[in-house]
Structure formats: structure tokens, C-alpha cells
Design a protein around this ligand. Sequence first.
Ligand code: FES
Length: 563
Amino acid sequence: MPAKRLRSQDWFDSLEYYSFARRAYLRSEGITREAFHGKPVIGICNSWSELNHCNLHLRTVAEAVKRGVWQAGGVPFEFPTISLGEVFMRPTTMLFRNLMAMDVEESIRANPLDGVVLLCGCDKTTPAQLMGAASVDLPSIFVTAGPMLSGHYKGQDIGSGTDMRKIFDLYRAGEMSDEELCEFEGCAARSHGHCMVMGTASTMTSIAEALGMTLPGCASIPAPDSRRLAIAELSGRRIVEMIDQELRPSQIMTREAFENAITVEMALGGSTNAVVHLIAIAGRLGLTLTLEDFHRISKRTPYIANVRPSGQYLMEDFFYAGGLPVVMRELLPLLHTSCRTVNGGTIQKNYESAECWNRDVIRTLREPLNAEGGTLILYGNLAPDGAVIKHTAASPDLLKHRGPAYVFDDHHHMLEDLMRDDLPVDENTVLVLKNGGPHGGPGFPEWGHIPMPKKLLQRGIKDMVRISDARMSGTSFGTVVLHIAPESAIGGPLAAVRTGDEIVLDAENRRIDVALPPEEIESRLRSFVRPKPHYGRGYGKLFLEHVTQANLGCDFDFLQALE
Ligand code: FES
């Protein structure tokens, strides 16, 4: 029994009536006083849901965590939070990331817990849990869901999202039948687990590990692999020790740890969504990350993980090549190696002996896939507060481009227009989508990967420059400028763009501009009328009143750490 008084003892071990009542009511679960008296109480914060296929196996993972907790002398209590199923929720899971973070934070704080094991996987569940755990700052360890097995169709490997989009473009172009599409549907998602490209889920679970919040090696283990349950059991054992050592998220997720996480994100060619999430998580700890931090680290970090959508392979191949530990080992010269992690070891100690089994999947720093990281930060008269482009997943010949804008004000109408045979666009056109930001979407949806116009697909054209104030799925690809801030719906300069204006993308010089004189932009913005808010009540109203812009992480202003 630990010598010091545990937080949970305030609930169970005092002379007040409710202490007695809590013990009595726990008997309704068949739990006797001896089972928990004086023992660390571990919450298992579970984002399992049948409406979130990526996290569907987390009840089984929770059982493995419980085994570990019992073995180490703790008492586990599994509890649910809301879950955010990426492809099911409307208008977008991003609208609810902060709600889930609040749920996680308050569920932990309000209950008799000494430490927490957090189970996450699908895109927003990982950042939401990191944000919540950071704000409470009780000892915490993450067990991620793991990627699903590789998809296979007609002898080809199929990556979630990335290849599904390519296949659907073939279907839209009339090159695939209904029967083939139906057959493909059965081949893409073969197991539980999150998307198995380096999309947002794989990026954010890798970032959780790079921050030091999982046991080493956790992020890359495929969801159905028995080693996932083994690492869950180990995590259950470890959280009990962490309570004794009083090892808290604020001691692990330091400024240096965030710089490590950005370095890893760049080396992975990870999702652009990580930019928004990392800024928000850091804000919960009173740390300020800026887009310039991402730019500075991107410039010095080679891209080495050959995984789709930027690369060639899938997460299962990445795991067999050694997974994230090999990337971390390669990056040691660029990392803050003395950062502590949840296992009590440093980044140096945890990863220095990782071995690579396939150099085509994970490259060395000397022979990278690209000399710089996967995400570029852009500025310009269209994005005074910044924008992002995943240049490793873009067409190199389009990274310097000038072309006439074709503007969509509304996502829904855009999808209809893109099917028109008479849409007045060609491969030089720059497609512009407004009203896709935090206020405009609402909720900052993944609309930024504007589908290719059908008439261009039929001519075999697969990419063109597309710009918006929306996000895009981490599984997406193409020459797509995103996160333009400030967003158009609150009167950012994107609101001034009209069809026919010349748009200039110059990725090398980090610029995204409209070729208009400043006075013309100002004149147009003076007549800008802000759209009617999407919500007049409820959570949506709270969101619109308090969400920050993309460059500030889109957290609620009142959830950031107090000075
Ligand atoms: Fe959950 Fe892709 S749908 S990670």
C-alpha cells in the first residue's frame, strides 16, 4: 500500500456520510471494501462506441489494461466518454473535439481517480483525450487503438481513405461498375482499428507516443495483433507505478516534448490536422506553439516514412519495418533526447536500440524521401495568419502555379457543380472553397480536399490547385492549400476572392496570394456581409462564441490554461 494519501481516499476513506455511502453503493457492483481500500484507483477512459468502428475493440483492450492494474495492486474502473466516429458524425467530428475534451477532463476530475489509462484511436479521440488529460494533470498513460490491417483488392494493397478516394474518382469518371464498387467496399476495411495510412489517426497516435504519453512502440502495433493487448496490460501495470512516482502529463508534455512531436510529424509526412491539434494540446498546458515552430522544424527535418498518402506503403508494412521506434531512433540527432516518457525512461534510452527491418519503408536521415518535412506553412494576402499545405502529397509541378479562381461559396452546391459537364474550369483553374472554417463549416470540416471536377477526371487529370479555409482528411492527397486564416466566414481576405481572379501559389517562397491590389481587397471586404450563424442555442452556440481560429488550435478560449 502506498505510504502517501491517495486522491481517491478523499472519496472512500473519510468520516463523512458519503464516504460510507460510496463504499456501500460499490457493493452493488460486488466490490468489497478490501478490494479497493488504500489502493490506487485507476480510471480507464474508454472511447469505445459502435458508432466508431475504429475504436470498436477498445472494450477488449480495456480488459487487458484491467489485468495489468490488478497485477500491480491497483483497482480499475472503466468509464465511457463520448466518442467521435470520423466518417459518421455530421457536420464534422472537429465540431465535437472540444466537447469530448471537456467530457474527458470533467469525468476524470469529478471521480475518485488517482490515475487514468486513456483509450483512443480514431482521428479526434486522441487529441481530445490528450487535451482533457493535460488539463486535469493526473498521472495518465495512453493506449492507442492501432491501425487496421492493410486492405487488399484484386491483388493490390488498399489504404484507407487514400485509395478509397482514388477508386471513387474512377467510379465517378465511369471507369468502374456498381458491382466492382460493391466488391471494393468489402476489401478496404478488413479489421477493427483506425485508418491504416499515415492519416490523422496514425499521425496523432504516433504523436501521443512521441510526446512520451504511451509506452514505447505502442502506436504502430496493428489493432488485431496480440501485442496490442500485451502493451495494454503493461500500461495497466505502469500507471500504478506512475501514481507512486507522481509522474504527471505536465512533466512529460513539456515544450521540448512538443518540439519532438512536431519533428516526428514532419518525418512521418503526417496529417496537416496535427498542426491544429498540437497547438490546442500545448495550450492546455500553458505552452504557446506557433505556425512558425512548425515551419522551423519542418525545414530541418527530413521526411523518412514511406507511408501513404505521401509515400508508398501502409501502416502494417511500417510496423513490420520496425514502426515508430525506428523513426524515433533515426531522429535522435534532431530530438530533445532527455525528455521523460510515461515509462520513466528518456527518449534516448527508449529508442536508441530500435532496429529497422526494411529500409525502403523507413529511410535514414542521409537518404530521406524528401529533404524537408511533410507540412509547409504558407502566408500571403489570402492568409495573413497562415495556411498549410502537405507538399509531400502534392504534385511537384503545381507547387508553383498561377491560375484563375473558380469560387464555390457553399460545399453542398460545390459537390453538385463538380459533376457538371459544362463547368467552366480546366487544369489551370484554381478551385476556391469559402465557408469551410470553424465558423463557416461550421466546425472546420474536412472539405478542403475538393473533389476533382468530373469532366477533368474523364480527361485523366488527377490533380489541380485547390484552396480553402477548411481542413482535409489526413488520408487525402493533392495540391491542396488548407486552414487559411482568418477564415472567410468572419471576413478574412478569402471572402474577397471572386471567380476569375488570379490565384498565385508559390510553395517554395511560402506564399498564397490573390493578384489584386490591397485597396481592391479592402474595398471588397468593406461590403462583406457575415453569414447568419449556424447555431442559436446549445453546444453549437457555445462553439461559435468561443472557438479560436486554425492558427490558434481551434480550442475554446476558456479551456486554455490560465496564465
Ligand atoms: Fe477512424 Fe479513419 S475513420 S481513423
